[in-house]
Design a protein around this ligand. Sequence first.
Ligand SMILES: [Zn+2]
Length: 249
Amino acid sequence: MVLRRDFLTWCNETLQTALFKDYAPNGLQIEGKEYIGKIATSVTASKAAIDFAADQKADLLLVHHGMFWKNELPTITGWKKERIAALLDNDINMAAYHLPLDVHPELGNNAQLAEKLGFTVERRFGEQNLLNSGSLKQVKTLGALAVHIEAVLQRKPVVIGDLSREIRKVAWCSGGAQGFFQTAIDEGVDLYLTGEISEAQYHLANEMGTAFISAGHHATERYGVQALAAAAAGIFGLGVCHFDEGNPA
Ligand SMILES: [Zn+2]
């Protein structure tokens, strides 16, 4: 058991939340009970994740995607009302860590994804150091790497580029970071991997000769929140359970 305040202070200090300019509030978003003994983790604070946390008798739902985003209507209606009501009815805290959880050099989505996929991290760069670059521990063709990624992440990636080309240098950013493709091209890598693709990236990949892989927003952001919860559980002696709803997007 840990006091909610102490748990959140540890998260905020570990992830250095104060250093980030984010478009979502990092930390506690919905207040529940004062003490935390069990954490449920999920990529997103969806209704399904909240129901899971309630079933598991968790005291805190820890997520990467919370419930409040810049430029959203501040009204509490529809799905948002249902989610908030379920949290309040069950006295469950909901805390979200967005960009700070992408960037953290050990617990972050980018670091965890690198470990899962066999990338060495050589450099963090770009906006708020959200991008990483490094090398493949084992050089692979683009086609072989795509097969490897599908096996590890359990989701078929969208791959743009010559499948027979050898990939050595790679840049990556978890989630919906397709907009950083040019920054990755400027880094001089063979491949840029992120969670999503838009129409424009197909043409950039073909015209600039930098391969592009969209490996899933959910799939690339599963691991940071689990690593954060595991680290906190070790320090404070908490129970942990993880919810994965297999979101294909
Ligand atoms: Zn995301």
